[in-house]
Write a protein that binds this ligand. Structure first.
Ligand code: NDP
Ligand code: OXD
Length: 308
């Protein structure tokens, strides 16, 4: 029983070590040293070259190394096999930290204070309490619901948005087109944690920015293509938005000449909001393989019609 580790961006070493420790009976191969492709039953992948998984005739289950599967689903040659996306508590903890960090950064005027410090200027600003600040979270899945809960736990007045109705204690949960309007209209700080699908691509555009309260801040840790870059730049220029924290970009790495790099109102990080951690993620994959071997249903399966 073999698993192929295929990532075009991650070092295989910590993964091979974790599988050896957690499931010694599993034969782990590292692409492109696949050996006999007929041995491979499982593949753990991130950004595989298009068509590559088709070359594995005995493949039974594909595991995505990341939570977002938009890139995988964009491969027209992706085999028609179960695809499990990454759900593991390391990802949830990482994204919660990032969301809390960025919301507090803007809520407590850190962006302005860092600029004042650089100018050697003593400029105290009015400080509000978390319960006086309205935060919106787009996407109430594994990551969005945990971030929303943590923010509500700090006292923020949180509303969240999902495709289907959800209930989360202490959070105003909304869904559908009307729900989006309501969330946007009340969000002084908006956090995007949606999957990238045909419905959500470009959702953070001029129209959405025009619905936010004037001077709102947008935090995007989902996918770069949720944002229409030109609309974001215009909204920052006009003052409709006061700032943005961006962890993800339509093109990664962000090209050196991209205006986001030096924009005074943008905080940019290199897609590090919630890295997948080899130890916790291997636990999750091993559990799924054990379930599959025992004939139990897999969990966290991607619904291809939904796109996530
Ligand atoms: P989930 O699938 O668990 O949750 C997705 C949420 O988005 C659900 O609440 C879903 O609604 C909602 N949603 C999907 N489509 C729509 C829609 N059309 N309208 C309204 N709501 C919608 O995903 P995760 O929370 O695990 O991950 C979210 C995304 O975060 C990933 O897809 C990935 O792109 C990004 N990510 C970024 C990382 C980083 O480091 N920057 C790391 C990990 C993930 P419903 O509840 O009704 O299904
Ligand atoms: C993910 C990511 O989807 O790293 O997990 O972006």
């Amino acid at each position: 029983m073999s698993l192929l580790f295929l990532s075009t961006t991650d070092s295989p070493d910590p993964w091979v070590e974790e599988f050896r420790r957690q499931m010694p009976e599993l034969d782990v191969r590292v692409w492109p040293e696949t050996g006999d492709p007929r041995d491979i039953r499982y593949a753990l992948v991130w950004k595989p070259p298009p068509g590559e998984l088709r070359k594995l005739p005995a493949l039974e289950v594909m595991f995505s190394l990341g939570a977002g599967v938009d890139a995988l689903l964009g491969d027209p040659d992706l085999p028609d096999l179960p695809l499990v996306r990454m759900v593991e508590h390391g990802l949830v903890e990482g994204m919660t930290e990032y969301a809390v960090l960025q919301v507090l950064y803007w809520h407590r005027n850190m962006h302005a204070y860092l600029a004042s410090q650089r100018a050697g200027a003593w400029r105290p600003l009015a400080e509000r309490l978390a319960r006086e600040r309205r935060v919106g979270v787009l996407g109430l899945g594994e990551l969005g619901s945990a971030a929303a809960r943590a923010l509500a736990g700090l006292g923020f007045d949180v509303a969240g948005w999902s495709r289907t109705p959800r209930e989360l204690p202490g959070i105003t949960c909304l869904h559908g087109a009307n729900g989006l309007e309501t969330v946007l209209a009340r969000s002084e700080i908006l956090v995007c944690l949606l999957p990238l699908t045909p419905e959500t691509r470009g959702i953070l555009d001029a129209r959405a920015f025009s619905r936010l309260p004037r001077g709102a801040v947008v935090i995007n840790a989902a996918r770069g293509a949720h944002v229409v870059d030109a609309d974001l730049l215009e909204a920052l220029r006009s003052g409709r938005l006061a700032g943005a924290s961006l962890d993800v970009f339509a093109r990664e790495p962000l090209p050196p000449d991209h205006p986001f790099w030096n924009h005074p109102a943008i905080v940019a990080t290199p897609h590090v909001a919630a890295p997948t951690h080899a130890r916790t993620a291997t636990e999750s994959v091993v559990e799924q393989i054990r379930r599959h071997r025992a004939g139990l249903p897999l969990t966290n399966l991607v619904d291809r019609a939904r796109g996530y």
